[in-house]
Each structure stands twice: as C-alpha cells, then as structure tokens.
Design a protein around this ligand. Structure first.
Ligand SMILES: *Cc1c(COP(=O)(O)O)cnc(C)c1O
Length: 387
C-alpha cells in the first residue's frame, strides 16, 4: 500500500554518492546520516523520546522491546489470538512463553480475557493494532498498571495510526513498527522500536549492535554492556524511510477518507465492525460484520473482500510450529523445553480460542487502496451495496 518513487531514488543516490552505506557516518565528510535523521524524525512524529531503526523488521523491534524490558525464561507474555505469528516468535526469541488470549468484536486483544489470563508469571502484554485498527489501549493500559505488567504495542500493521489523538507505539512502555513490503510505509524490510524509557532504549541499542560499533553512535551507555545480536539498519534503508515518513500522513489521510465514505454510505445496509477509535484507524481496510460465516463468505465473494479467518499465520490456530513444538534451532534453545518455563502455559492447541475463530469467520475486510480514483471508490461502494 506504500507509495514510492523518484524522491526515494534520489535519497538512495545521495547515500551511494556519499560512499558510506554504514549508519555510522561523518556529516563533515558529506555522509548522509540517513538512519539517524530518520530516527529523529520518527521519534518527533510519534511524540516519543527514542526511536531505533532496525534491519530485522518489526520482529526485531518486538524482540528489542522484550530485551529492553528484561523479559526472558520464566516469564509469560500475553498476545492476541489474531496477530501475525511474528508476535509469538518474538516472545519465544527471548526465551519467554507466549500466552494466546481471545480478541473481542474489534478483533483486537480483549481486556476482559486479559484480566482472566493474568497470573504472577505474566510480565507483559502485547496489544496488536491489526490491519491498522486500534487495540483498546485505555482498558489494557489500566489493567497493566493495576497489575504491574508492561505493555508493548505491536503497531507493525499500523505505522502512524492514532489512538485518542496520540500515535500508536507511544502509549505503551515500548512500541514496534514494521516497514516490510506489506506495510503502510516500507523500505522492503525494516522496523523500528520506539519508547520513552531510556533503560529500554539503551538495552535495545546494545542488543541490536553486538556492541561492536556502539561507541560510534556517540552516546555512552548508562547500563552494563552485554553481547547481543546484529540488527543495525543501513543508510540505504534510512534514506528510503526518511522519504517514506514524509509520505505517511498523506497515505493515512487518503485511506481514512475512503474508509469513511464506505462507512457513511453503507452504514444503513451493512454492519460496520466495532472499532476502538474510528478516527485513528489507519483505513487499511473497511470492516463489516455478519451474524454468521456463510453470509460473510457470500458478501466477500460479491464485494471483493476477504475474511481474516482465511489469512493463514495471522490466526493462532494455524501456528503449527508452536502447536507441534517446533521452536528454535536447537532443542536446548527451545524456550518450551526450558526448565524455568515448565510450570508455565506451554501447551498450544488450535481450539484454545473458539470465540476469536468465530469472530474472524464472520468479519469481512475490504482492502483500501489510497490511490483509488473517485470512480473506483464509487464503483467499489456500489459493489458492496448490491452484494
Ligand atoms: C509484519 C508484522 C510483524 C513483523 O514484521 P517484520 O517486519 O516482517 O518482522 C509483527 N507483527 C505483526 C502484527 C505484523 O503484521
């Protein structure tokens, strides 16, 4: 859905001509500082203190957020039944255990189900703003505060979205954005961690850089150094993302305008799915709900829509690797085998969250293209009306 063109070509050209593709550059020598500049612009746009761009995508951002919070073996992390499998994989990547919890009618994490799933082992919850639609952050943050658990927003499908007028990613202890090929803005592959917490940021900074080139980032860590991984973003990614970020609000404005037209013009004949914030919703899709799956399927076929239940690894029941305990590259590095995790909820099954499956099976999404002409919009709305 991203828009890309000549401005990105020129930004990449400037990086190549500067002869420095590594993010550590010298502005006096004409290096672009593209990643650093992107991080500053992103932090400013989202209203957060820190942003860290990552070559490893939204997955890396989630991992860095978990690392930042010190989460590991012995800890459970609540995630929704409707999210991309990457959310679960990130939790497992730090040695912790994902606990899959139902979504509500908004198809985002159900606060009531979270309350019921809380135990002293739960250290964090990850609300996911799926297909640009907002999770119920207000209720979830209140629960988190009351029970002393952390909140990481998975905003990978919601780059630039807002909840109650404030951007997603800025509400929780940390947020993760993705810039892979399917997202609202993109550099092919890439992601960003955002946070207001210096400790989370510094731990993420150390982890993402194997501590090899760290001193050149020009900041002294105030935490003990540790050896991590390698997820540094390149100047090519930074150059593209710098331009993409400037396009973001224009894309969102067009998506939202089109989504509202669908909702306004079809609200009398179709049931618009409940939404935690119609204003902040990115407008990636317009969502309609039906009282049964057969009706949803018939409508989707006629209207050119799709059912979230059909989207493979975005639905927990299709996470066969987790259900079959095929996790990690080595049995001793599989968190589900870790001694500290044996008393946690490490058994997964496809029928654990039937309510989520039922809801995902009677919802229809119509994907919106921000570049649709007025004629196409009118025609697509009419196609929904007669369906
Ligand atoms: C895309 C996505 C991710 C991970 O993003 P990558 O950039 O592919 O690592 C995580 N969570 C959700 C909900 C996503 O859609």
């Amino acid at each position: 859905m991203y828009r890309i063109g000549q401005e990105e070509v020129e930004a990449v050209q400037r990086v190549i001509e500067s002869q420095t593709l590594f993010r550590r550059g010298n502005p006096e020598a004409g290096h672009q500082q593209a990643v650093v500049n992107f991080e500053s612009a992103l932090a400013e746009k989202l209203g957060v203190s820190y942003a860290l761009c990552l070559s490893g995508g939204g997955s890396a951002a989630l991992t860095c957020a978990l690392v930042g919070l010190g989460i590991g073996p012995g800890d459970e992390v609540i995630i929704p039944a409707y999210t991309y499998i990457a959310t679960a994989a990130a939790v497992l990547s730090v040695g912790a255990v994902p606990v899959i919890v139902d979504v509500d009618e908004t198809l985002t994490l159900d606060p009531q189900a979270v309350l019921q799933a809380l135990t002293p082992n739960v250290k964090a919850i990850i609300p996911v703003h799926m297909v640009g639609r907002l999770a119920n952050l207000e209720a979830l943050l209140e629960i988190a505060k009351e029970h002393g658990v952390k909140v990481i927003e998975d905003s990978c499908q919601c780059d630039g979205g807002s909840y109650k007028g404030r951007r997603t990613g800025s509400w929780g202890d940390a947020g993760a954005l993705s810039f892979n090929d399917f997202k609202i803005i993109s550099c092919g592959e890439g992601g960003a961690l955002v946070t207001n917490d210096k400790n989370i940021f510094e731990r993420a900074l150390a982890y993402h850089d194997s501590l090899v080139s760290f001193p050149h980032f020009g900041e002294d860590l105030s935490i003990p150094a540790f050896l991590g991984s390698q997820m540094r973003a390149s100047e090519i990614q930074g150059a593209i993302l710098g331009v993409q970020l400037q396009r973001l609000d224009g894309i969102l404005a067009d998506l939202r305008r089109i989504r509202k037209r669908f909702e306004n013009e079809l609200g009398d004949v179709l049931q618009v799915a409940p939404n935690n914030d119609f204003e902040g919703d990115c407008g990636v899709v317009v969502a309609f709900q039906f009282d049964e799956e057969a009706k949803a399927r018939a409508f989707a076929k006629q209207a050119g829509g799709w059912l979230p239940i059909d989207t493979g690894r975005h639905v927990y029941s299709n996470w066969d690797m987790l259900i079959d305990n095929r996790v990690g590259h080595h049995p001793d590095m599989n968190p589900l085998n870790h001694p500290k995790n044996q008393h946690l909820r490490i058994r997964y099954s496809a029928d654990a969250c039937p309510r989520s499956l039922e809801l995902l099976g009677r919802t229809v999404f119509i994907s919106i293209n921000p570049d649709w002409s007025e004629e196409t919009i009118a025609q697509r709305i009419e196609q929904c009306r007669v369906a």
